[in-house]
Design a protein. Structure first.
Length: 278
């Protein structure tokens, strides 16, 4: 690891559907200067096909997808490390990625942490969509699964490094606030029954290692500030975070209008989504 750099990190913006995890994830990624992805854009092709037919995913379907989220994050960080190797000395080197994913169960979060049996591995390379983000960060083009070389398959299927630290930013809030927010979201048709199902599935991560809790009722700026400060306390340090946790001067704060103006849109919104993982 180069002097002045920090270990790579996967930061998961998590919570039930309607909690605003994509918004928080985009804001946090912008503040840290790292990429953002929606977890629903990282599914293997078999899951996309299944959801497209209206068939609910099982945990057996989700296991390789969650492992793929972690391995994709690892490739992004490896790619970022190469970009930062020529950075001027003394410049903070942030190698990380923010991904929005409900991560409702402890079991799911442990897969994202890489703390699961060897059987929980990324899907085979032949099950990856041609436009999957992992291809961009490995430089491997999937024009046809039959054309993949063995070394390319091994690289696409390689599990994430144990060096990839994992943090979760959990958006916590009462059901009443969630339902009210969902009611006012344009184009969001999640039924109350589905919200209740997610809340029953949710295993509260408060107190788990590497978890920051922010409040649903707070403004996006306050959520961002709390997330940055919480990550700093957990040991995720770079110039942005150290300044934010020690000094709240306006010069060190990122104006919310600047953050919003430069946000990337949520990826692949038209794809079918898993009601448990969304």
């Amino acid at each position: 690891m180069a002097p002045g750099s920090v270990p790579p990190a996967l930061i998961i913006a998590m919570g039930v559907s309607g909690s605003g995890k994509s918004t928080l994830g985009q804001n946090l990624a912008e503040a840290l200067g790292v990429p953002f992805y929606d977890g629903d854009s990282l599914h293997p092709q078999s899951n996309i096909d299944k959801m497209g037919r209206g068939i609910p995913l099982t945990d057996a379907d989700r296991e390789p997808w969650l492992a793929l989220i972690r391995s994709t994050a690892d490739r992004i960080c490896e790619n970022k490390e190469g970009e930062l190797s020529s950075s001027p000395e003394g410049v903070s080197q942030v190698k990380g990625v923010v991904i929005a994913c409900s991560a409702l169960k402890r079991y799911y979060r442990d897969i994202l942490r890489g703390r699961t049996p060897q059987s929980h591995q990324p899907p085979p390379a032949t099950d990856l969509p041609k436009e999957h983000p992992i291809t961009e960060h490995t430089g491997i083009e999937i024009s046809s699964n039959e054309d993949l070389q063995k070394e390319e398959e091994r690289e696409l299927e390689r599990a994430a490094s144990k060096d990839l630290r994992t943090f979760f930013v959990f958006i916590n809030g009462p059901r009443e606030v969630l339902q009210e927010r969902m009611t006012h979201r344009q184009g969001h048709f999640m039924k109350v029954e589905m919200l209740d199902s997610q809340l029953r599935t949710l295993e509260d991560p408060t107190g788990e290692e590497g978890v920051v809790v922010v409040q649903l009722a707070e403004s996006p700026q306050k959520q961002l500030d709390d997330a940055v400060e919480g990550l700093a306390k957990l040991g995720f340090h770079d110039q942005h975070i150290q300044s934010s946790s020690k000094d709240q001067d306006a010069a060190q704060q990122i104006p919310m209008e600047d953050v919003v103006a430069s946000l990337r849109p949520t990826t692949q919104q038209a794809n079918p989504v898993d009601p448990i993982s969304s």
